[in-house]
Design a protein around this ligand. Sequence first.
Ligand code: NAD
Length: 266
Amino acid sequence: MNLNPHASPRAAKTATLPRIALVTGGGSGIGAAISQQLAENGHIVFIGDINPHASRDLAATLCAAGHEAYAVELDVSSPASIDEAFGTIGQAFGRCDILVNNAGIAKTFPFLDYPIEHWRNVFDVNVTGPMLCGQHAARLMRKQGWGRIVNIASISGLRASSGRTAYGTSKAAVVGLTRQMAIELAEYGITTNGVAPGPIDTPMTLDLHSAVARENYTRAVPAKRYGVPEEIAAVVGFLCSEQASYVNGHTVPVDGGFMAAGVLEI
Ligand code: NAD
């Protein structure tokens, strides 16, 4: 019996828990925090990573804490590897409800000397990977009439910083890809949003940011500090939830105020 004839279509789609989630690059840094957040939100999490040790260790830790998590070997720069990973998820559960395109790499060189092989590598991982994972996931989500896709962009895709010819341009492409996916997938009950982190303490920034870069970022961020991966994961968790059902096509900076800032010291 339908007690509420005015119940929204959204309400009818909220019953299917837990959701099946894939986090690419989920083995370390921001991806690990996102995997943990989604597991804590009650979802079954596939941790897809090119580093099988990192994803297996995290899956074991999450399972030991009472969650359901699986490691899946995944290189997002390889269409065959993406096929295989979605084949594994499809075989196990027949569905994928949440995709977080988090895997990303950064290689910095001056614009005039930017090596073409690095440009191509960065685009394969940061742009083509999310597009292909998005296609695979959305084909499965369409069957359920429900899906959440979150693409991890960067403040470097919204403002330029030195050395980021490939990285910054690839992340600007992620912002565009997010809008494109959002408008084409909305009719299937799928939302696609982006999160653009500011400087976050992870293995990536430990390797990429010199002491000078660290000092400059800290000065440019109104919060006067680097963020932690959990601060990104919290926003991703919201965007993957029922509550975010009418948010679509946006990229949210989570950056301690960096995007809002102009001159800070006068
Ligand atoms: P990280 O290097 O610490 O972790 C990245 C993870 O992705 C690693 O586990 C790595 O093994 C995995 N990975 C790398 N290449 C892969 C591939 N081809 N296929 C599958 N997995 C792969 O990086 P992070 O700092 O946690 O960054 C995560 C995401 O956040 C990236 O997209 C990055 O561009 C973005 N981001 C990070 C920052 C920051 O300050 N840390 C800022 C803005 C955006």
